[in-house]
Design a protein around this ligand. Structure first.
Ligand code: ADP
Ligand code: MG
Length: 230
């Protein structure tokens, strides 16, 4: 599903060069739930941004579904991302003037889904996430955990091939974090969606079947777990 070859990302800041990713090789199968872990500054967000096509690598390539997204121009990439990729942000990134249902329905608009159907799909997925009593609430009328459930529903509603999440539970308390994590694993599995998430929380990563560890822009561990842990 995802194939990364000799990926390198160097940022230039003034005359300084920062090697954020050194040389990354990685393959993630369809339906896999993968956590990328590492300390702050190890390159986790940089890797996720290259995987999701939000930034262009300095060297190397990222293939998703057999397509080299590193070589696509902005227009082609935008369409590809609309059809294949979902993204969940740490800070939710919901639209403040829209209700929960409208926020979730929003990305379907670009796919040409009629309004009635958009809202039907949005309500169904929000219900699946125990949000049936908060459909018409705006983001400021929701708790952090509820806002992130809206953010998650929005990423899943179009059933993309891959969903990327950068510290999706980073702003949540430990109990809510656990609930959200279980929800993410559950709906990814049910829909056979490949899920790649970044976290600095090793305990949280223990719930994933695949854990990739970064140190200074390199993969130092890549472990697959066949059975449920703990
Ligand atoms: P993490 O998400 O693991 O905390 P990042 O991927 O954000 O780490 O950053 C990796 C390294 O690249 C850090 O040293 C960071 O300062 C640097 N970096 C990240 N983004 C940029 C940028 N846009 N410009 C310059 N340096 C950056
Ligand atoms: Mg980061």
């Amino acid at each position: 599903m995802i194939k990364v070859q000799n990926l390198r990302k160097v940022y230039k800041v003034g005359t300084e060069k920062v090697v954020a990713l050194d040389n990354i090789n990685l393959e993630i199968e369809k339906g896999e739930f993968c956590c990328i872990v590492g300390t702050s500054g190890s390159g986790k967000s940089t890797l996720l941004n290259q995987l999701a096509g939000l930034e262009k690598p300095t060297k190397g390539s990222v293939h998703i579904n057999g397509e080299n997204i590193s070589q696509m121009d902005e227009k082609k990439l935008a369409v590809f991302r609309q059809n294949n990729i979902g993204f969940i942000f740490q800070s939710y990134n919901l639209m403040p003037t829209l209700t929960a249902v409208e926020n979730v329905a929003f990305p379907l608009m670009f796919k040409g889904v009629p309004r009635k159907e958009r809202e039907k799909k949005s309500r169904a997925i929000l219900k699946e996430m125990q949000m049936q009593d908060r459909m018409k609430h705006k983001p400021t009328e929701l708790s952090g955990g509820q806002q992130q459930r809206v953010g998650i529903a929005r990423a899943f509603v179009g059933k993309p091939a891959v969903i990327f999440a950068d510290e999706p539970t980073g702003n949540l308390d430990s109990k809510t974090t656990e609930q959200v994590m279980e929800m993410l694993i559950d709906i990814s599995q049910k829909n056979n969606i490949t899920f790649v998430m970044v976290t600095h929380d090793n305990e949280l990563a223990k719930k994933a079947k695949r854990v990739v560890t970064l140190v200074d822009g390199n993969i130092v561990h890549d472990t697959k777990f066949d059975t449920e842990r703990e």
